[in-house]
Design a protein around this ligand. Structure first.
Ligand code: GDP
Ligand code: MG
Length: 598
């Protein structure tokens, strides 16, 4: 099949609008999978299926006959979440068009808007598809109106389907073939390929999803990365069908996979360009290294072997190229790891995987965003661990403290507008824009500190709007901020693993919550314990746990006064000697309880 009969496309949609269901129908229509086979082939990982999101992009090649001619279609799946925006844009880079999928019962939502703009700005031809027309709550005119007014798309293009029942799904691929341009690569040329995605396969090792921009790729070829300059022998190439299917060659315009003996997923840089060794050329545009934006510490709980956990965490990281991993040591919790993620969802999905595999045997610290510290001598540092925050003594060397901001896009029914604005203001937000949609919905843009998103902003937003709100965001750079490190002190000693950097305005409330929460988990102590929350060098809150007096008198007769006195004084002495040891034992459950999100 010649390149002018290739069509590369993806699906732009808000989560739950039916991307996976529609993909499955298209794969059935083209005979890639059998009807009624395991649902949602393109969402491979369990956690993803449970949460209904696609984290790793899964892609499939299809053969389709349109008006007597065979076409080679590449459906390039994209991660369904904004944390992976730079990866989404690499998927779009391999496409000339996309289906803009809108749930007729919900209308356009935050993610639809954000992904639309990204796809549109990359020059993709968008074909609107209205889904779920089988539902009673479907409002097709409303969706049409939004598509016309918000996206300025021609509504005569719209395909109306039910991905669930299959109604009208057969109209989708003809539209793809007729409206989307073929890829513009040059077949008879030197090899130039784009790395679109990668994952770890237990049998094949690191597998790279690639878009061949020019030339062709076959087994035995020697290629190198424009970014790392490392060269590799091509061991296997093929297409995704929907699992890897070995072929002899993949050529310009195709999306397929290659196995090149990469040892670690971290060698695969999404957006990287590869050339044949000795035939370098112009790298493809748009290479942007994904930076971790959310960090947590992880530590083995009591009685759990570091080595065992280390192996399994390393294995999980092997599977997810975008997680960064470093060893870390805490005085309170011992040896552990510091993990970096692209965003909040990415962090929570990974955390869920860890918890699923290790249950209570792992302690995970509160997430933190990276902070940027500018010094008087013009140097700067990005810190990802509250431990590295400048101490009060070193504060005068610092000229500016900065924290990362995002521009959040939210959509929800108009009646909630007042409450949502209040929420954003309470989270140090700065309003950017309000747009009233035709559907009684509003689209609200706010500049928000990234740290607020990490701190369950979305949960609160959902709560306020009875689940109707949706949220997406884009990074908006660092801004100066009045930051301070808050520590939890137990009898005057700071617990490093619990420290957090935060805005000064939050320290009063957080301080109170911290000390009372920690007290709750440290109930029974043989001697007095003072719990304090300290911000910078200021104590913000304090709780005391009174020594629990063992009831040494319980078995005595009320009349036996002298014996009673003697016992009490003996108990006092005993306590004194323990106190002088001064070192209280904090059970691990206290850390675990304190850090639990509930
Ligand atoms: P994704 O998050 O965009 O991949 O959405 P899914 O394909 O996972 O679909 C989300 C939910 O909507 C699932 O429960 C689907 O069964 C349901 N769904 C998808 N398409 C339709 C449809 O056309 N009609 C109805 N009634 N439900 C649908
Ligand atoms: Mg899905």
């Amino acid at each position: 099949i010649p390149i002018d009969r290739y069509r590369n496309f993806s699906i732009v949609a808000h989560v739950d609008h039916g991307k996976s269901t529609l993909s499955d129908r298209l794969l059935e229509l083209t005979g890639v999978i059998q009807k009624g086979s395991k649902a949602q082939v393109l969402d491979r990982l369990d956690v993803e299926r449970e949460r209904g999101i696609t984290v790793k992009a899964q892609t499939c090649t299809m053969l389709y006959n349109h008006k007597g001619e065979d076409y080679l279609l590449h459906l390039v799946d994209t991660p369904g979440h904004v944390d992976f925006r730079s990866e989404v844009s690499r998927s779009y880079a391999s496409c000339k068009g996309a289906l803009l999928l809108v749930d007729a019962s919900q209308g356009v939502q935050a993610q639809t808007v954000a992904n639309f703009y990204l796809a549109y700005s990359m020059g993709l031809r968008l074909i609107p598809v209205i889904n779920k027309i089988d539902m009673d709550a479907a409002d097709i005119p409303r969706s049409l109106d939004q598509i016309e007014h918000m996206f300025e798309l021609d509504t005569s293009d719209v395909v109306k389907v039910s991905a669930k029942t299959g109604l009208n799904v057969e109209q989708v691929l003809p539209a793809v073939v007729e409206k989307i341009a073929p890829p513009s690569g040059i077949v008879d040329s030197r090899l130039r390929l784009l790395l679109v995605d990668s994952w770890y396969d237990n049998f094949l090792g690191v597998v790279c999803l690639v878009y061949i921009s020019d030339g062709s790729l076959k087994k035995g070829q020697k290629i190198f990365s424009a970014h790392t300059d490392i060269s590799y022998d091509v061991k296997e190439v093929g297409i995704m069908y929907p699992i890897p299917l070995k072929t002899d060659i993949i050529t310009a315009g195709q999306v397929g996979y290659m196995v090149i003996g990469m040892k670690k997923s971290s060698e695969a840089h999404i957006g990287d360009t590869f050339f044949t060794v000795g035939q370098a050329g112009e790298p493809l545009a748009g290479f942007e290294e994904a930076k971790p934006m959310v960090f947590v510490g992880a530590f083995p709980a009591d009685g759990v072997e570091f080595k065992v956990l280390d192996e399994s965490i390393s294995h999980l990281v092997l599977n997810d190229r975008s997680v960064t991993l470093q060893k870390e040591t805490s005085t309170a919790l011992g040896q552990g790891w510091r993990l970096g993620f692209l965003g909040t969802l990415h962090a929570s999905v990974f955390q869920e995987r860890l918890e699923k595999e290790h249950g209570a045997s792992i302690i995970i610290t509160a997430p933190t965003v990276p902070y940027r510290i500018l010094y008087n001598d013009d140097t700067e540092k990005i810190i990802s661990n509250p431990d590295d925050f400048p101490s009060v003594e070193n504060r005068q060397k610092v000229s500016v403290l900065q924290e990362p901001f995002v521009e959040a896009i939210m959509t929800f029914p108009q009646e909630y507008l007042g409450r949502v604005i209040k929420l954003c203001e309470a989270h140090r937000g700065e309003q950017v824009e309000i747009t009233y949609l035709t559907t009684g919905q509003v689209l609200l843009k706010y500049l928000l500190p990234m740290a607020q998103l990490v701190d369950d902003f979305f949960g609160r937003l959902k709560g306020l709007t009875q689940g109707y709100a949706s949220l997406d965001y884009e990074e908006a750079g660092y801004r100066p901020s009045d930051l301070v490190k808050m520590e939890l002190l137990v009898n005057g000693k700071g617990i490093d693993a619990l420290a957090q950097v935060m805005h000064r305005s939050e320290t009063v409330n957080k301080g109170k919550v911290w000390v009372s929460k920690f007290k709750e988990y440290l109930k029974y102590q043989l001697f007095e314990v003072v719990i304090q929350a300290k911000a910078g060098n200021k104590i913000m809150a304090r709780e005391t746990i009174k020594a629990k007096r063992k009831d040494v008198l319980a078995k005595l007769h009320a009349a036996d006064i002298s014996r009673r006195k003697k016992l009490l004084s003996r108990q006092k002495e005993g306590k004194k000697s323990m106190k002088s040891i001064g070192n209280i034992q904090i059970p691990q459950e206290a850390y675990q309880g304190f850090l639990s999100r509930a």
